[in-house]
Design a protein around this ligand. Structure first.
Ligand SMILES: *[C@@H]1O[C@H](CO)[C@@H](O)[C@H](O)[C@H]1NC(C)=O
Ligand SMILES: *[C@@H]1O[C@H](CO)[C@@H](O)[C@H](O)[C@H]1NC(C)=O
Ligand SMILES: *[C@@H]1O[C@H](CO)[C@@H](O)[C@H](O)[C@H]1NC(C)=O
Length: 468
């Protein structure tokens, strides 16, 4: 009796320690950009989103045809007040009020509008002849108060996507700070608004840009969430295994410098081009597939925090849904799409990590995968080399010890011993534990050292089993 309760206690303790992550899964959304003359109709796009399991979409305007097409889909929508209308919204509360009525209220609740992006990369596009910077916060305040007048300010969040160029310093992450011309004058009141309304800072972050212009010093694996040696932040001693994490933590550090280290951040755009000009180092299908695929797995793993904010969820909106043939600039600009205009995939990315069905959040997907035992397609649990040796070893020790995973086959001389690497052995052990637990939510985590995959992993000659 005493033994049983002790092991129950231990099980409880270890499941707290390893299995159940404090954060739920983040959001994977897509940006529905329409700078193109060959895109499918909005209603075809609404179907495409649903059949791809996309639960969140961000627009660059509030086009009526698009908002009508999204009605009844359950897809959560971010609408945008374009830069062209920012000055009017800043100067005129009645313009803001009319805009909110026509672009938001008119579609609720059948179209699930959950946020307004006020302007886009305002500091980045402002120049001396057309400077929108000082209009930004007044426009946000007017939109907020228009929402509030209609009782919508709790359900519809107000924010504004900023480019990473809003940062004066971003390396190392702990040195992150906003440009001095916007820090106190714009970012401070904006972050104040965001905190007061329980909204989130929208950040457009592209590791591709950093890699492209510094490929001599930045490793491609580091940019693509692949196993790598990591980069230590000398300011904190924290080790980074992905460039996106480092970029995000630079934003957290910059917000922290202004006294807003607690505000939530959403990555309103990120992506990787599947094609580029000769000089655009890193652009290509393989890299785009790796970047987006690894990112989605990471976000949906439920353990997507950054080194500085390990408990935070990571919400990302991939850029973009389609290749957009009318975008100016280098070839890459027209090749960020997940889909061609004919709705064929540019490459394979499972946006919801599920075998079928639509619009499942990861938590639900995991639960039903466990309940339906393979009805939606099998899942496996593998080690995440980015977690580092220490976490992998701790997870392996736990899985093969108290966790009760079947680790016989990774012993010397047995069929799954080769390759004799920590990552391979951890994958075997994690998967065994996960399958034994009936693929229950949270049992493929090991403090971020593991994630779920939907394709049968083969490690050396050893195929990971689907059942304990
Ligand atoms: C936004 O600005 C554009 C360009 O100036 C204009 O054509 C459009 O009518 C404006 N939208 C609203 C709602 O006033
Ligand atoms: C300033 O920005 C506007 C709008 O983004 C653009 O049309 C214009 O060409 C820019 N002017 C200069 C001098 O760069
Ligand atoms: C735009 O205006 C802000 C002040 O409102 C100023 O700090 C900034 O330097 C201006 N930007 C440009 C490019 O002129």
């Amino acid at each position: 009796m005493a033994t049983i309760s002790l092991s129950l206690l231990l099980l409880f303790f270890f499941s707290l320690l390893f299995a159940s992550s404090p954060s739920s899964a983040g959001i994977v959304g897509v940006n529905y950009g329409r700078v193109a003359n060959d895109l499918p109709s909005p209603s075809a796009v609404a179907s495409l989103l649903e059949s791809s399991g996309v639960s969140h979409v961000k627009l660059y305007d509030s086009d009526p045809a698009v908002l009508h097409a999204l009605a009844g889909t359950g897809v959560s929508v971010t609408v945008a007040l374009p830069n062209e209308n920012l000055t009017a919204a800043a100067l005129s509360p009645s313009f803001a009020s009319l805009w909110v009525r026509q672009s938001v209220a008119a579609y609720l609740p059948s179209t699930r509008i959950s946020a307004v992006a006020v302007g886009n990369e305002v500091f980045a596009v402002s120049n001396s002849t057309n400077n929108l910077t000082s209009s930004l916060v007044p426009a946000m305040l007017n939109i907020l108060s228009a929402l509030s007048d209609l009782g919508l300010d709790k359900t519809v969040k107000v924010s504004s996507p900023i480019a990473l160029t809003a940062l004066q310093a971003s390396y190392p992450s702990s040195a992150g700070s906003f440009r001095p011309d916007i820090a106190d004058s714009v970012m401070k009141p904006m972050l104040d608004l965001i905190r007061n309304t329980d909204s989130f800072l929208m950040v457009n972050a592209y590791p591709f840009f950093a890699y492209e212009s510094n490929s001599d010093v930045i490793s491609l694996d580091y940019a693509l969430f692949r196993p790598n040696a990591g980069v230590v932040d000398a300011g904190t001693g924290l080790k980074y295994y992905s460039l996106l994490d480092a970029q995000l933590d630079a934003v957290f550090a910059a917000a922290g410098r202004l006294g807003f280290g607690d505000v939530k951040v959403s990555i309103s755009e990120t992506g990787w081009p599947s094609k580029g000009d000769e000089g655009e180092t890193g652009a290509g299908v393989e890299n785009a597939e790796a970047y987006n695929g690894n990112l989605v797995r990471r976000v949906l793993s439920g353990n997507a925090g950054t080194p500085m904010k390990p408990e935070a969820d990571m919400d990302v909106y991939l850029f973009a849904l389609f290749n957009e043939n009318e975008k100016p600039g280098p070839t890459s600009e027209r090749n960020y799409g997940l889909f061609y205009p004919n709705q064929e995939k540019v490459y394979e990315v499972d946006l919801a990590l599920r075998g079928g069905g639509g619009g499942l959040k990861w938590q639900e997907a995991r639960t039903s995968a466990a309940a339906g035992a393979g009805a939606r397609g099998e899942t496996w649990c593998v080690a995440n080399a980015m977690a580092g040796k220490e976490r992998l070893q701790r997870g392996l020790d736990y899985a093969c010890g108290e966790g009760g995973a079947d680790c016989g086959r990774i012993q010397p001389g047995k069929d799954c011993y080769d390759p004799a690497t920590l990552e391979a052995h951890a994958s075997f052990a994690f998967n065994s534990y996960y399958q034994k637990k009936g693929r229950l939510a949270g049992t493929c985590d090991f403090h971020g050292a593991a994630h779920v995959v939907t394709q049968s992993p083969k490690i050396g000659k050893c195929e990971l089993p689907t059942r304990a």
